[in-house]
Design a protein around this ligand. Sequence first.
Ligand code: ADP
Ligand code: MG
Length: 616
Amino acid sequence: MSQQETHVFQAEIQQVLDIVIHSLYTDREVFVRELVSNAADACEKLRFLQAGGAAASVHQPDVAPAIRIETNAEAGTLAIADSGVGMTRDELVQNLGTIAHSGTKAFLKALADGARSDARLIGQFGVGFYSAFMVAKRVTVLTRSHQPDATGWRWTSEGAGGYRIEPAADLPRGTQVLLELKDDAKDFAGKARIESVVQRYSNFVAFPIDVDASRVNAVQAIWARSKADVTEEEYKAFYKFLGHDNEDPLYRLHFTADAPLSIQSVLFVPKHNLETLGLTRVDSEVNLHCRKVLIEPKAKGLFPDWLRFLKGVVDCEDLPLNVSRERMQDSALLRKLNRALTSKVLRFLGEESTKDPDAYAAFHAEYGRFLREGILSDHEHRDGLAKLLRFESSTQEPGKSTSLAAYVSRMPAEQKEIYFLQAPSRDAALSSPQHEVFAARNFEVLVLKDPADEFVLDRIGEFEGKRIVAAEKAELEVPEPAAAEGQLTPEQATGLAEWLKATLADAVAEVRVSKRLAASPVIAVDSDGFMTATMRCTLKAMNRDQKDQPASSPDLEINPRHPLVSRLEGMRHKDPDLAAQAAAQILDNARMAAGLVEDPRPMIQRMNQLLERVLA
Ligand code: ADP
Ligand code: MG
């Protein structure tokens, strides 16, 4: 035929195809879900056009959007047809020959890494259509756009080697995808097989689905039904269909609200998150409906950015149906909707955290970073988010975490503030000099393993009226320490502090006598009134430009009751040279304990010199 054109696929598509064709996937049936989901999308788009008053300008306005599936076991074929929007020639080339989705590279990487080498991921990256080639040796797409003056087209491909496009006469509005099945996939040409796959999620496809002319679904939007009428299985199936996920969700929230807006919604938290796996930045996958008509798939602005891991449906009756999508985005109505939905989700998570702490711990492990991001970026919900955070703590068993509220409830009357300490592990925190005053006073300390948490707690500032303070900045004293043998007099201690400052010079900002040490000789703390030493390290690591700058000098505090300190006082009068070497080493030990030593090599040299003198 003269009008037939041959095209090659864009390189990324070729790669996707190579992977789906040449890999043996156990869950090949996902292709049905993907093609039915595309057909449903096309029907949704048509319904949107018609709801907006475009009914007259749609080709075949009287043909309702619906999905028809036909099997032919004899021929070994399967056809999935819809009376949705259809595609023009340009749209065919654009949609089925190139990939605009940014997530595709991430998908290829995920498959190549083999980490989750899994065809079930395919729809999540916007390449669902190509799953057809897992089961089909040839795919033919017949389509006619809803546009009144459009004509029909036939698109054919055997996968590798590209596709052909040619005109096709006398097509009804919509799209038909015809699969000529591979020999090992002929079972999908059986009516019973297809029916059982389709039935699993057909009840929340909002359009009639017929398999070989018999209706398989009772169309009813799941979110519009009463909670009591929806079974656990239906929810799970709905989530899998909508979220292109084969795992059950971690959480489900189905609610209706009447004020301030009339909302019906089903929201899910996936068990795993592609962003947490480091694969890609996820986009919110919550579809916005109005009286069951899809207004905007993956709607922007429904939730704050830090809730972008949610999937589901929000149906709001108060939306003006024919409002343009652009205008929707910044309307006051959308802000109101955003606020109502967000507080609902925050409240839900709070309830779940008390109802089932173990499940909540799993949620927090997977999504804690989103909550922290919210605290840093979203002033409005900071207080609500603070309640949802969990931390390890000095008084809780290793691995168990606490909320700020539970921490406050355990505070003894004389404790006025909430304390935290950043350390690589709970053990390291408990054995650090910084923890001594807290151990001595029986004050609980939150243990932060993620350096970012310091900034998060700093941003929260206070909780239930209690200031949140870094352990290092706490103005606490060890209660009446027992007099130690040989301990320095106050005059001696001050004298030693002055000598140390003179000897260590710029390596320290200030030297003072400590009131917070019980067992350690010295402690190094940041000289900045606000930042902790570890915060400074984090900032330095993040800010590459400043990497070459010398580390700022810490304050050094000395413990006048410690034998090492009293011997140093004696030695500085006898052998000032040896005392100076020891002082430099003691400072480095303190810096090391505080996690501040970047390069240990100069220290090792000095240590060897000291050992040499000791062994002389
Ligand atoms: P996604 O659905 O995530 O966009 P797919 O690979 O499943 O990715 O489909 C690619 C595109 O092809 C769709 O976005 C849509 O524009 C178009 N398309 C696929 N199937 C149909 C259909 N039945 N009717 C109209 N357009 C379709
Ligand atoms: Mg799709």
